[in-house]
Design a protein around this ligand. Sequence first.
Ligand code: FA5
Length: 329
Amino acid sequence: MEAEIQKIIEEARQSIAASDRSSLIPSAAKFIGRQGSLTEILKSLGNLSIEERKRIGEQANQAKIAIEAMVTEREQKLSAAQQKQMMRRDVGLPGIPPVVGHLSPVTIVTRELISALTELGFEVAEGPEVELELYNFDMLNIPADHPARDQWDTFWVKQGKDGKNSTLLRTHTSPVQVRYMLQHQPPIRIISPGRTFRYEAENTSHSSVFNQFEGLMVDKGISVAHMKGVIDHFVKKILGSEVKARLRPSFFPFTEPSFEVDVWFNGQWLELMGCGMVHPQVLRNVNIDPSEYSGFAFGVGTERLAMLKYDIDDIRLFLSGDPRFVTQF
Ligand code: FA5
C-alpha cells in the first residue's frame, strides 16, 4: 500500500503539471476526488489492523495534503502566466469604435444658412441671450407702452432703476442689429444665429425656447428687390428650387414696409420669417443717416426651417431629448 501511495503521488505530480486552468480540477479529482484513487485508499483503512491503519492513514493524509498543495501551486502559476499574457496585448490595436455624437437638425440648418449667406458676403455677428431691454425693444422702436411688447412677452432677468438697464431673455435676434450698427457704419452685411425666448403658449409650431437667424444689410440704394433676391437665394438653397413660398404684407415696429415669408407645408402655409426695410427711426437711433442709407433685415425661425427641410411636424420634439428623434439627422 505504501508503494501504491508513492505511485499516486508521482502520477498526480505529472498530471497536475500538465494541466491547464480548465483541466486542473478534473486532474486532481482523479486522485483526491470522491472516487479518486487516494480517497479509495483512505476509505479502505477500516479493513487494516490498528497499527497499519495508523501508519498508512498518516501516509495517505500526507499524500492528500501534498496533492492539494500541487493544485494550489499550479493554479497560481497559470493565473500569473495569464496576466502576463494580457499585459502583452497590443494596446495600439483599434478597439470597439466609441459611440460618437451627431449634429442637431438646428445646427445643420444654421450651418447651411451661414454657408448660403457668407457666399453673398455676409459676416457672422453674435449677441448675448440675456439682453438689455433697451436693445431688445426701445432702440427697435418698441417703447414701453407699445402693444408689440405683449406679442413678445418674455422672461425678465433684472429690473433696472428708473426703467433703465433692465435685462431680459431676448425675444428675437434683432437686438444684434442695434449692437452691430452702434459699432459700425455702412456698408453692413451681417447674419446672426442664436437662441431666443418667449413667454409662449406652446403647440406644434411654437416653443418658448427656439432659435432665430437674423440678417441685416445696410448700404446706399438697398431696396426690397435686394431683400427678395437674398431671401430667395437661401430659401431655395436649403429647401430646394421647387419650394412654394409667398411674401405677405405684415407689421414690425422696426421695419417699414414689413413682410412675412410663408412656406407651403403639410397642406398649409407655415410662417418662416419676418422681414422688411429697416425703419428710418431705427437707423437714426444708431446714428446712421436714413436719407443716405437704406437697408433690409430678416429674422428666420431656425426650427421652422428645419421642420420644413426634414418634414418634422412638431417643434416640441427639438427639446424633447428623445434619442429616436435626434439621431435621425
Ligand atoms: C421677429 O422675431 C422679428 N424680429 C423678425 C424680423 C427681423 C422682422 C428683422 C423684420 C426684420 P416674429 O415674432 O414673427 O418676428 O418671429 C420670426 C420668426 O421666428 C417667425 O416667423 C417664426 O419662424 C419664428 N418664431 C416665432 N415665434 C416662435 C416660437 N414661439 N417658436 C418657434 N419659432 C418661432
